[in-house]
Design a protein around this ligand. Structure first.
Ligand code: WA2
Length: 281
């Protein structure tokens, strides 16, 4: 009888964990498809039309009114590929200088004086944000290549043509860990078998979405009435020897544990959901 109860308990944990993992993965996948569609929208109506049919106002309104299509995302933005040789022309045309992304310490010092970021130092190329959803309007004019995680994502997105994810890091103006999803925008219809070099050459910009993981996963899990029953953790396990907590607090409990795998569509990154019962039997 005891064995039977133990087995039921284990099954229950497995089902609850798998259900939550599947829900998170599905919602992530839905958002990812819509972010991809936004990249195509920018390609068609900004780069494909002369003059462009998109400006900050239109991008802001469109992305705000379609935000419900991108569950789990806290904002989307579009950064342009700008070579150093075009920097002066670009800055004159937009009426602002390309800014450097500030580090966490700089942010602390400068917090009381908003909008005084330093100009980006000279680089071969830049990725200044030109359009942003209202929720991330603070990144407009910042060179996304001046942040390590964003830069790695941009380089990988444009060489692969796929949606790519960063590891979890502290997003600008947020107190939580988050991840950024990036799709490159190209100026031509590239063949499916285009080489990375052809892709880099054809790149005109980068459409990105940020995910404030703790608050968004929290919202998702609250929809299922089980917060009292189980404890959920989400990890980035890309480096198996050093998992990064993306959601939940550290647990030392050694009771029954179930691990559900998560697939967020970027083969370079690995994620897992860990579930435990709150109470011992
Ligand atoms: N978006 C919002 N907050 C951030 C951030 C970001 N990146 N990076 C750090 N904090 C425009 O991949 C291109 C968005 C980057 C896209």
């Amino acid at each position: 009888l005891n064995m039977d109860i133990m087995q039921r308990r284990e099954e229950m944990l497995t089902n609850m964990c798998d259900e939550r993992a599947r829900m998170l993965q599905d919602q992530f996948n839905v958002s990812m498809n819509h972010v991809h569609a936004l990249a195509i929208l920018v390609s068609t109506f900004h780069h494909g039309k002369h003059p462009s049919a998109i400006d900050q106002k239109i991008f802001g309104e469109y992305t705000e009114s379609t935000a419900f299509e991108r569950p789990l995302t806290s904002g989307v933005a579009y950064a342009l590929k700008v070579l150093h040789s075009d920097r002066m022309h670009f800055e004159k045309q937009h009426g602002w200088t390309i800014k450097k992304m500030e580090t966490e310490n700089e942010a602390l010092v400068q917090d009381c004086i908003p909008g005084n970021l330093d100009p980006a130092p000279v680089q071969d190329e830049y990725a200044p944000v030109i359009f942003a959803q209202e929720t991330v309007s603070h990144i407009v004019s910042i060179d996304m290549m001046s942040g390590k995680e964003d830069r790695d994502n941009i380089l990988r997105a444009r060489a692969s043509g796929k949606g790519v994810l960063t590891s979890p890091f502290k997003l600008l103006k947020s107190n939580h860990l988050g991840v950024v999803l990036t799709f490159a925008v190209y100026n031509t219809n590239l063949p499916l078998d285009a080489t990375p070099e052809q892709r880099i050459e054809a790149t005109v910009g980068y459409l990105g979405a940020c995910y404030d993981v703790p608050s968004l996963v929290d919202k998702l899990l609250h929809q299922l009435a089980s917060k009292q029953t189980i404890v959920v953790n989400v990890y980035d396990t890309t480096d198996a020897s050093a998992p990064i907590t993306m959601y939940g607090t550290d647990v030392t409990d050694t009771g029954l544990l179930h691990v559900s795998s998560l697939d967020f569509g970027d083969p370079l990154r690995k994620h897992e959901m860990h579930c435990r019962f709150k109470q011992r039997p």
